[in-house]
Design a binder for this molecule. Sequence first.
Ligand code: NI
Length: 341
Amino acid sequence: MTMRRRGLAVAGVLGVLLALGTAVPGRPGPELGRAPRQVPPEPAAPAATVAGEPDCTRLRCVALTFDDGPSDRTPQLLDVLAAERVRATFFVVGQEVAARPAVVRRELAEGHVVGDHTWDHAQLTLLDPERMAREIDQGADAVQRATGVRPTLLRPPYGAFSAAVRGRGLPLVLWDVDSFDWRDDDAAATARRGIEQARPGSVILMHDIVPSTPRAVRPLIEGLRARGFTLVTVAQLFGHPLAAGQDYPRAPAGPPATPHPGAVTWRYRPAAGPDPDQDQVVAAPEPGRCHPTGRPGFALRDETDRDVEMYRDGDCTVKAARLHPGDELYGEVGGFRVLAG
Ligand code: NI
């Protein structure tokens, strides 16, 4: 689909969703559509989940999620994840699973979580209840047929869901960070958007059918780690079984960053407010790991979603507090000012 057609399709989708009163997450990135294909339904089987070890109540966790595969590019992506020792979550399309069952078996074997993204990527809110149910069930059937494991998580295509979709009894895993990898198919841009927008508890949306996405993943992982994030599966991110019918765009934020070994601890003094003298720990620099903006300094995103920019030549930091324009930051090597809000 061309960008223009995709844009028009998205506009149409949003219009329909608004008309139907269905929920759309913050910025639902349009996804790549497919022509419907019919397959006979298969009976359901017991659920299975993948448990995780990282404690995301104590760590700053984010989850990488890859939709619409498996594709011929997925093995390359899996190679990167294996080399980086990162586990991710794949929301797979049933007809693609049927075409490449071994790839999905590999995803599970390497510790990734596999969730249902329907049989052929239909927009569930446009279907009658019977067809909607079949889309979800056949997607899960395909995974079960390929792997023996039935997915317990659903990501509705386009992030579009309704009360009827909720009623199918699966948790709905959405996202709060859209990499827009499909939009310009540019690995550097994809990585940059993921790094800049991630917050503790974020779910990052990507697509393992986009040609540049496997190349975006290593710089993305490095950038997120430089910001003090631990990369986990969706199951690990939430740390508890998700409720049927509930939608989850992101997990509650974990604690502020704990300083890396040898890090300078920065403190934060609000420039205004009720308690301007109360210091708060804000940052845990990790020397040599940064996300330069091309200007002296670096861009960060605070917990309130606003971009801030800190100036301190030649160094980088990971912030972990609410910052406001005009706030002053200071530490062992002098102060700097929050310049943008
Ligand atoms: Ni999709």
